[in-house]
Design a protein around this ligand. Structure first.
Ligand code: HEC
Length: 392
């Protein structure tokens, strides 16, 4: 597809993805919060109605009184609001964005022969899709086999954790770091969305159908739905990290990048645990200590020997800077090929893009996957030149 059109598809899909993602996660966080804050009603009239928990809140100038029925009210109201489109559209827009950004540009965005020598880009594309689908299959089997046993939650939690570690490792052995991080997050996000599509909503439909026809609903459905939505809550922070990770080359290009990914995702789940406990009125700082400690440990482990900012080089001459750019950048930023509308083949263009290029080169985002083999020395010298050019 035309690079310009691809850029617009990227912009619009990303925008949509953010909006639907906020709506989904916002609702999901709200309902977890609500569920955990419910108090037993004291009024006899409420208990007689079957209300098992209630909450008073004030928001946007109005007072709200939410009530939760266990399992359901005696008579179902006609209008019943369901939450699923937020989740489905987040997945659809996310998947479309993944296609546009990674699969349609598999040669540069998905594949790096230094990581894994794919015979063809189609093989890599199919593998990425299988990877996404396999995540759901494995996870669902784990939940179905162990979910209802004694200590089921613990066993499922442990097995899913091990699976995520293995999956992160596999992704990082097969794909470019940037894509591997995203793919691992997308795999978890696919599980989250499939939980809604395949378990939570069908369960609710069966419960509603039973109630409407006057049969006692099977309590397995709300139980199973609750279990899946608890998983979703712990996946949320890890997934969000994976989604923004493509901006942080020092993380996804790290030598043991799979370990970085696992550590930061685990930190996210631990920090989420702090907030869950907090909902119940417990302030358990140990979760921050563990999660924060993990993040600090990763930051220390990844710290460069010689930070780029301290590379106190005298900037090279324009001719030297141009030589580096010619060798390492022009393949994708020239008069004909202008990735992201950036061309760097004249001194004027180089000056014009100095600020953006400085940001991209010093954070190691460019050259993409260092596909042109830029050396550390070249990077330090080009950064020094760009820094001075950016100040002019
Ligand atoms: C293999 C191809 C390739 C090479 C080599 C390459 N780039 Fe890029 N560059 C791209 C692509 C693709 C994008 C768009 C990336 C995106 O949208 O995430 C891009 C984007 C950029 C941007 C715009 C970033 C933004 O988001 O606004 C700048 C600036 C840039 N490159 C500078 C450089 C510099 C400087 C070099 C050499 C050190 C370089 N690039 C080498 C492919 C390349």
């Amino acid at each position: 597809m035309d690079a310009y059109l691809l850029d617009w598809a990227n912009l619009l899909l990303r925008w949509l993805h953010l909006i639907t993602g906020i709506a989904w996660i916002g609702a999901s966080f709200y309902f977890v919060w609500l569920d955990n804050h419910l108090v037993k009603p004291t009024a006899d009239e409420l208990r007689a109605k079957g209300v098992n928990g209630e909450l008073w809140a004030v928001h946007g100038g109005g007072f709200y009184n939410a009530q939760k029925y266990m399992v359901a009210p005696k008579a179902l109201p006609e209008g019943l609001h369901w939450f699923y489109w937020e989740s489905y559209w987040t997945w659809i827009s996310g998947f479309a964005l993944f296609v546009v950004l990674y699969l349609a540009q598999a040669e540069t965005m998905l594949i790096d022969p230094k990581v894994y020598a794919w015979g063809s880009s189609w093989a890599a594309i199919v593998a990425a899709l299988v990877y996404l689908a396999a995540g759901w299959v494995v996870y669902d089997v784990i939940c179905r086999v162990f979910g209802q046993r004694a200590q089921g939650d613990l066993i499922v939690g442990g097995l899913v954790f091990v699976y995520v570690i293995v999956a992160a490792w596999i992704a990082c052995q097969l794909f470019v770091g940037r894509a591997a991080f995203l793919l691992t997050g997308a795999m978890l996000a696919t599980i989250m969305s499939a939980n809604v599509l395949m378990v939570i909503i069908p369960g609710q439909r069966r419960t509603v159908a039973a109630l409407r026809s006057g049969v006692a609903p099977d309590p397995i459905h709300p139980k199973r739905a609750k279990q899946r939505s608890v998983h979703n809550t712990y996946f949320t922070l890890p997934v969000l990290f994976a989604m923004i990770s493509n901006h942080y080359a020092s993380a996804y290009n790290a030598p043991s990048n799979w370990l970085v990914l696992v550590a930061i995702m685990l930190a996210g789940a631990l920090i989420r645990q702090f907030f869950i406990a907090r909902h119940f009125g417990r302030t358990e700082w140990r979760w921050w200590l563990l999660g924060g400690g993990l993040i600090i440990a990763v930051a220390v482990a990844l710290a460069p020997d010689r930070p780029m900012s301290q590379a106190s080089l005298t900037p090279p001459t324009l001719a030297e800077a141009q030589a580096i750019v010619e060798a390492r950048c022009l393949a994708c930023h020239n008069a004909q090929v202008q990735s992201k509308n950036v061309a760097l083949h004249t001194p004027e263009l180089l000056e014009q893009h100095a600020r953006g290029a400085l940001q991209q080169v010093s954070s190691r985002l460019m050259p993409i996957n260092n596909s042109t083999g830029m050396t550390e020395d070249e990077r330090a010298r080009l950064v020094a030149w760009l820094r001075r050019a950016a100040q002019r």
